[in-house]
Design a protein around this ligand. Structure first.
Ligand code: CP3
Length: 346
C-alpha cells in the first residue's frame, strides 16, 4: 500500500500498467545544474554537501522542481560506506574520489569494521528522513548503495581506475581475500539499504558500476553472488520495497541477473531495450537506456532518440526511462527539457 500521489515508478516496478513511462535520470542532481553548483559552493565541498542533510535535501529537490521527474534519488555517494570503514574518502577537483588508506592485504581486510548506519552514517539517514518529509508524498524517494564488487574495486585501487589492475590482480591471485572483502561489503551494503528504507526510502537501487569489467566467470562467481546476498537480505527484511540493480556492461549476463529477487534491472546503452526485454522475459521492469552523450546534440535529435527507445517497449509497461549511465557535467539543460517533454508526449 502506498499513499504516494505520483506512483508511476512504484507501479511499473510491480508490473502494473501506467499512462506513460516514469522518468528520472541517474545523477540528476549534479554539476550540469547551475543551482547545484551554487549549493555546492555554499557547502564548501562535495563531501560537505553530502554531510549536511539540509543541503543534501536542497540539491535532491532541485531537478524535481526544474524538470518534474517521477522520482527523487537521495543525494549522497556510493563511497560513504568505505569512508565509514575508515579508508578516508576525499575528492580533489578533476581527479574524482580517492582514499587515503586503500586496502590491499588479507590482514587489512580482516580488520575492516562493518559500519552501523545510524551511528557511522547518520548524516545519510538524516538526509533520507529530511528529503522524505520535504517530498510530502508527491513522488517516491530512491535510496541507493554501490554493489560489493564496485565498492571493493574502489577500496583496493584507492581511486577511479581505467584498468583495475590492483583489484582484479588481487581477485585472481588471492580470491579468498577478495571473497572476505565482498562478504563484509554485502553485509555493510545490506544494513545500509535497510536503514535507508527504515528512514523513508520507497525504492532502493544497487549501482554495480564496475561489474562489467569482470570476465564472465568472475562476475558469476564473485560479482553477482555478492549482489544476491544483499538483495536476499533486504527482501527478507523489507519484502514490499522494490529493488533495482544496475550492472554497467552487464548486457550479456541479463539471463543471470534476472534470476535475482529484484524488481527492476538497469541497462546501459550497449544493448537495445528490445534485446534486453528478450533476454529478461516479461517478469521484470527494465530501466534505461539513453546514451548520456545524446544529450550533447540538440532538442530535435534528443526527441527522436527518446522515441526510438519508447517504441521498443512493446509491453506498454514495465519500463522506467533513464539514461544508460549518469548525466554528464556540462549537459545542456534544454536537451534535458526536450527529453522530459518527449516522454510526456509534449
Ligand atoms: O543520482 C543522483 O543524483 C544521486 C547522487 C549520486 C552521486 N553519486 C552524486 C555525485 C549517486 C547515485 C552517485 C553514485 C556513484 N558515485 C557511483 C555509481 C554510479 C555511477 O556513476 O556509476 C559511483 C561510481 C560513484 C563514485 C563517484 N562519486 C565518482 C566516480 C565521482 C566523480 C565523478 C566525476 O565525474 O568527477 C563522484 C562524485 C559525485 N557523486 C558527484 C556527484 C553529483 C560530482 C561531485 C561534484 O559535485 O564535484
Amino acid at each position: 500500500m502506498t499513499n504516494i500521489q505520483n506512483d508511476r515508478l512504484l507501479k511499473v516496478l510491480k508490473g502494473e500498467t501506467v499512462d506513460r513511462a516514469p522518468v528520472w535520470l541517474m545523477r540528476q542532481a549534479g554539476r550540469y545544474l547551475p543551482e547545484y553548483l551554487a549549493t555546492r559552493e555554499k557547502a564548501g565541498s562535495f563531501m560537505g554537501l553530502c554531510q549536511t542533510p539540509e543541503l543534501a535535501c536542497e540539491v535532491t529537490l532541485q531537478p524535481i522542481e526544474r524538470f518534474g521527474f517521477d522520482a527523487a534519488i537521495l543525494f549522497s555517494d556510493i563511497l560513504t560506506i568505505p569512508d565509514a570503514m575508515g579508508l578516508g574518502l576525499y575528492f580533489t577537483e578533476g581527479e574524482g574520489p580517492q582514499f587515503q588508506r586503500p586496502i590491499r592485504t588479507l590482514d587489512a581486510i580482516q580488520q575492516l569494521p562493518i559500519p552501523d548506519p545510524e551511528q557511522d552514517l547518520r548524516y545519510v539517514m538524516d538526509a533520507v528522513r529530511l528529503i522524505k518529509k520535504s517530498l510530502g508524498n508527491k513522488i517516491p524517494l530512491i535510496g541507493f548503495a554501490g554493489s560489493p564488487w564496485t565498492l571493493a574495486s574502489y577500496m583496493i585501487e584507492g581511486k577511479s581506475s581505467r584498468d583495475f589492475i590492483n583489484s582484479k590482480a588481487l581477485l585472481y591471485a588471492q580470491p579468498e581475500a577478495v571473497q572476505l572483502l565482498l562478504d563484509k561489503l554485502s553485509e555493510a551494503v545490506s544494513l545500509y539499504l535497510r536503514a535507508q528504507i527504515t528512514a523513508g526510502a520507497d525504492v532502493v537501487m544497487i549501482f554495480d558500476s564496475w561489474g562489467g569489467v569482470l570476465p564472465e566467470d568472475a562476475f558469476l562467481r564473485f560479482g553477482l553472488p555478492s549482489i544476491q546476498k544483499v538483495v536476499d537480505d533486504v527482501k527478507k527484511h523489507a519484502p514490499h520495497i522494490p529493488i533495482i540493480s544496475f550492472t554497467k556492461g552487464g548486457g550479456l549476463w541479463l539471463n543471470k541477473i534476472k534470476e535475482l529477487a529484484i524488481d527492476g534491472i538497469g541497462i546501459d546503452w550497449t544493448i537495445s531495450l528490445a534485446q534486453a526485454r528478450e533476454a529478461v522475459g516479461n517478469t521484470k521492469c527494465l530501466q534505461g537506456n539513453l546514451d548520456p552523450t545524446i544529450l550533447f546534440t540538440n532538442p530535435r535529435v534528443v526527441q527522436e532518440e527518446v522515441k526510438k527507445i519508447l517504441q521498443q517497449n512493446t509491453l506498454q509497461t514495465s519500463h522506467i526511462f533513464n539514461l544508460g549511465h549518469g548525466i554528464l557535467p556540462r549537459t545542456p539543460i534544454e536537451n534535458v527539457e526536450a527529453l522530459v517533454a518527449a516522454i510526456r508526449g509534449e
